[in-house]
Design a protein around this ligand. Structure first.
Ligand code: UTP
Length: 300
């Protein structure tokens, strides 16, 4: 059953505890960790804006001020840069504010991603919406949301993004059991399981942090019991949507083959920084020379 309303709302959960990145995240949300020269979350909000998602709701938790402040104006800093005639830095700081209107709601207790999404119920209302995880960075050149939106317009229901991972790593992700839809580039999701043991995983297809959800997900989340890690898991709600019939049911998936970084994971965070810094107009050339020398020294 197709819900053909254009998706305009994006929900960005950023209320997790970020324990994988301690101690850096002891007093600061992991979404504020810089990737080259911008906090990780700014890349995510910019991605939503590029896909035409003009209404952003951020789910925040502890230390929410840093997140809100970053997307707000700082008149004194702007005036000082203006007075110095430093228009380059001025436009850099205005970039975050120009991304659109951002609304905030607080998840009082980090009871899991499913619970964070449920906090968006009132703001989203009865329309399909996007969820972009605040610590998942998709490379700007590898557009994923647009293809997901196209699939959602064809299939209705919900659409998730999957990525092939090495079989031994699947236990760190939600994992999908899928079937081919003949003549299509997307697949149908038969079932989902959160962080399965390697020998029980139905595939090596990992759920990554981009979702287009039918509002029916809120009804399901209302009764989703805590699952893995005693958290209310979005994967469990999607498993229910994938296996039920009726309005708002059905889950399809796009298999993403581009570049994606989990900035809440120390190694992936470093990879994101190096990749984007090498591509950066100001830093790239010098960094490449330094990196080559560094690798040569290590080999020696
Ligand atoms: P993660 O599982 O990566 O977040 O959730 P976490 O719990 O902060 O991570 P670790 O394992 O302790 O390091 C994915 C996304 O969902 C958000 C997180 O902020 C992240 O963007 N999230 C998670 C919430 O907003 N609320 C929650 O209760 C849990």
């Amino acid at each position: 059953m197709s819900v053909s309303r254009r998706i305009t709302k994006a929900v960005i959960p950023a209320a997790g505890l970020g324990t994988r990145f301690l101690p850096a995240t002891k007093a600061m949300p992991k979404e504020m960790l810089p990737v080259v020269d911008k906090p990780a979350i700014q890349y995510v909000v910019a991605e939503a804006a590029r896909a035409g998602l003009s209404d952003v709701l951020m789910i925040t938790g502890r230390s929410k001020r840093a997140l809100e402040d970053h997307f707000d104006r700082v008149p004194s800093l702007e005036a000082s840069l203006e007075a110095k005639g430093d228009h380059k830095k001025l436009s850099m700081i205005q970039e975050a504010t120009a991304l659109g209107d951002i609304h905030y709601i607080r998840q009082r207790d980090p009871r899991g991603l499913g619970h964070a999404v449920l906090c968006a119920k009132q703001h989203v209302g009865d329309e399909p919406f996007a969820v972009l995880l605040g610590d998942d960075l998709i490379h700007e050149q590898d557009d994923l949301l647009t293809s997901m939106i196209q699939v959602q317009e064809k299939t209705g229901g919900s659409v998730i993004a999957l990525m092939e991972v090495d079989a031994q790593h699947i236990s760190s992700y939600g994992c999908a059991d899928v079937e081919v839809v003949s003549g299509s580039e997307y697949v149908k999701v038969r079932g989902l399981v959160e962080k399965p043991n390697v020998d029980e995983a139905p595939s090596n297809l990992a759920v990554i942090g981009r979702y287009l959800l039918h509002p029916r997900v809120f009804d399901v989340l209302e009764h989703t019991a805590p699952g893995r890690g005693n958290e209310i898991q979005l994967t469990d709600a999607l498993q229910e949507l994938a296996t039920e019939n009726g309005e708002g049911s059905g889950v399809h998936a796009v298999i993403f083959r581009g570049r994606r970084y989990d900035t809440g994971d120390k190694l992936s965070y470093l990879e994101a920084n190096i990749t984007l810094a090498v591509e950066n107009d100001e830093l790239g050339e010098e960094l490449k020379i330094w990196l080559k020398e560094f690798v040569d020294r290590m080999d020696a």
